[in-house]
Design a protein around this ligand. Sequence first.
Ligand code: KIV
Ligand code: ZN
Length: 538
Amino acid sequence: MTNYVRIFDTTLRDGEQSPGATMTSAEKLELARALAKLGVDIIEAGFPAASPDDLEAVRRIAIEVGNPTDGSKAPIICGLARATKNDIDKAWQAVREAKHPRIHTFLATSEIHMQYKLKMDREQVVERVIEMVSHAHNLCPDVEFSPEDAGRSDPEFLYIVLEQAIKAGATTLNIPDTVGYTTPDEYGAIIAGIMKNVPGIENCTVSVHCHDDLGLATANALAGIQAGARQAEVTINGIGERAGNTSLEEVVMALHTRRPIFGLATGIDTTQLTRVSKLASNYTGIVVPPNKAIVGANAFAHEAGIHQDGMLKHTLTYEIMRPETVGVTRTRLVLGKHSGRHALKTRLVELGFALSEAELDKAFERFKALADKKKIITDADLEALVADEFYQPTEVFSLDGLQVACGTMGLPTATVRLKGPDGKLTIQAAVGTGPVDACYKAIDAIVQVPATLLEFAVHAITEGIDALGEVTVRIEAEGGTTATNAQRDFEQVRTFGGHGADTDIIVASVKAYLAALNKMLVATGQYVKQPEMAAVLN
Ligand code: KIV
Ligand code: ZN
């Protein structure tokens, strides 16, 4: 047993299963790059059998992120597969070009799942595990097996299944508390029992995978690690199915901050945590709650007088971690109106953005426009600007013009001009309960694809009256979708997030809504890119 804990990030797979978290291929690739820079050991890039698009997104990550050319360590790129030949073959097709590919296959082992979901008995489950792990092992030397719902499985049966999986070629055994049911003592005991009772386990890595239904995901994961697990399956901001997964930043910072207790290390560059958290929040449309540990806006804020007094006397009075350790910088001034293209390029590279010259020209144009309105441009502004400009979904409809009238006299009215998929400009006016409502009604009248607004959040990226406003929305598609069965099993395809940033929050609101609508149109098959078809189907 070593003192190194491997960090297996599943933001792009389990995280993407959060309602509304659907990401575009470009967003997934960018997030995978950021995860590699963060230092994660394994990136679970997706579920390739869900659709040809999912397979292609994983393949691109395997090729581009799984083969770094700058001398950095290549992360393992992993694809998830149910225990079927088709899923495993597709996962292999997607990850095989990575320097270090991994296939992760799973089958449920709890009585409740075997009886009601799989309709298989114990013997059939063991047989299937042997057959499918062997099949995966024949394709790929690195195979991970998960007994789904392990947290509610009979431990004695779990030992048998895991022993057979090891004999069939699995090298990592992941133990999911799929429904977030266990307590730390119970989960720790499950891992300890596996370490003690499964023949061959000493040659494998045992992994924790916990869900947060009872708010215990991080505590459970840490209990599992203390019992001997040396891989943690986690997501950025703790996003994931239902209440989410164990949050990467919480596990990493617990191991880091309480090192004397755990005596364990990870390969994570903790100073990247805040940046990656923001990136994931932008791309998934899932806002980080202000009180979220490590990456929430209030995680390092001190409000009460007694706390402020203590902080002024000595920061250790109320701060157990330095904000800088997780990438929260107190230095604000980065660039301003007189900064040139070179200065912008240098800062963007420092922030980890690899833009082409044409993209840099575009970014510089946006930067100058922003600097005209706002004196000081911070890193957070630059990150929002780049995300707003380059990491938006396929533009089916784009904003071409907007005028809004609102106030205490008359009805809030918006006139919106959109460019459609065929390049045609359409103009529409609408009244609403407020300016944003009026804009969204005008957009709906042009796009004519029914959607329901589920969530709308606006926040200022920096302080001050000239701050860049960032809007995040989540919408729900009305009516049927063209999701495949595999997608229905693994993806929430009916809700879509979008974000937009601008110094004008109405413009930011429109951009966010259009981003979500564009995602929805592409994902639900209501818009198919050229050359197959270039029209929106109503
Ligand atoms: O929670 C779970 O059981 C999973 C498996 C697919 C590993 O996500
Ligand atoms: Zn899970």
